[in-house]
Design a protein around this ligand. Structure first.
Ligand code: ZN
Length: 342
């Protein structure tokens, strides 16, 4: 099946009251890991590439790998999503290449570091929405600022310093017409999210619940939502790594989010930890190995395992065959005729 719009996947997820993980990729093994996990769990899949991933892979490589995935996994509805587009131009270039969903992160200026004004955010996001919707492509916006930095993107802020204001969120969606909205409720990018064990009230869930009540038709997105499990950290450190103790977002809090309008959950760190641990183990135990396949195969398998586990925990497992893909042309027509709520 062709690449599909993210709006369709998230509308289906809302109907079925489940969440969909969005997993970051830079290379072939990571795409294969996600697709194998999707096949094993019968899950729809969102594969996302950041600006860093696009430059690492010259992005045409990623795009053609994704086309290969659509041929090899025809039963899986798949989205190719741009993670944290920093400018209107970046989003337009992804749309021109064939991405079926883009994030315009206007919460920061195009440098990807400086928090922006509400007016700038609305204007840049609105421009992306107009271009994208005319082609049936989905748009995710962001209001409020996340903590941390990933792939050089982020203000490096404390996660609680720029939480999403519910009044601004309502106004932002009304003025831009975004399909999905990333909100800041205390999560951070990267491996070092929390310096002590989460209490079960790590995230500002009251804030999330209030935003969902006021925007019941907007799909909410949780960024920086790796769980950073201890067993994956331990494998890295057991085989010569030096990760400092750290904690991620507890699965139970993500599941509470899913009960309250969260439809897309971004996960990158967990995949990175799984792959790196598997590679370290092989190179530590078999220092005579020099065939890259000897460590990339277990790395791919380790990532597949954690992705499949997340797909099951988020509730998307079993839903790959629920629906036929809607073409981008049809999505564009629906936006034009406003069958899809703006
Ligand atoms: Zn993010």
């Amino acid at each position: 099946m062709p690449l599909v719009s993210m709006r369709q996947l998230l509308d289906e997820a809302a109907q079925g009251a489940y969440g969909v993980g969005a997993f970051n990729v830079n290379n072939m093994e990571q795409i294969q890991a996600i697709m194998e996990a999707a096949r094993e769990t019968k899950s729809p899949a969102i594969v996302q590439a950041s600006r860093g991933a696009r430059s690492y892979s010259q992005d045409r490589f990623l795009y053609h790998l994704m086309l290969a995935a659509t041929e090899l996994y025809p039963e899986i509805p798949m989205v190719l999503h741009l993670d944290h587009g920093n400018s209107v131009e970046t989003c337009k270039s992804a749309i021109a290449m064939g991405f079926t969903s883009v994030m315009m992160d206007g919460s920061l200026m195009p440098d990807g570091k400086t928090p922006s004004t509400f007016e700038y955010n609305v204007q840049a996001t609105r421009e992306v929405v107009e271009t994208a919707h005319s082609k049936g492509i989905t748009v995710e916006g962001e209001i409020g600022c996340l903590g941390g930095i990933e792939d050089g993107h982020g203000a490096g802020l404390d996660a609680l310093s720029h939480l999403t204001d519910p009044d601004q969120a309502v106004e932002f969606v009304r003025q831009t017409g975004v399909d999905a909205l990333a909100i800041a409720i205390g999560t951070s990018h990267g491996a070092y999210k929390f310096a002590k064990k989460p209490t079960g009230e790590t995230l500002k869930m009251d804030r999330l619940i209030e935003i969902h009540k006021r925007l019941p038709n907007t799909h909410l997105v949780m960024h920086g939502s790796s769980s950073v499990p201890k067993d994956l950290q331990d494998i890295i450190n057991q085989y010569g790594g030096k990760l400092k103790p750290t904690w991620g977002v507890p699965i139970e809090e993500i599941q509470l989010g899913i009960k309250n309008g969260v439809r897309k959950i971004n996960v990158d760190t967990d995949s990175r930890l799984a792959m790196t641990g598997a590679i370290r183990k092989v190179l530590w135990e078999k220092p005579e190995e020099f065939d890259p396949r000897s460590y990339l195969k277990p790395a791919r398998e380790a990532m597949k395992k954690v992705v499949a586990q997340r797909m099951t925990q988020f509730g998307q497992a079993g839903h790959a065959g629920d629906y036929a893909p809607i073409s981008l042309e049809e999505m564009a027509k629906r936006y034009r005729e406003q069958h899809v709520a703006a």
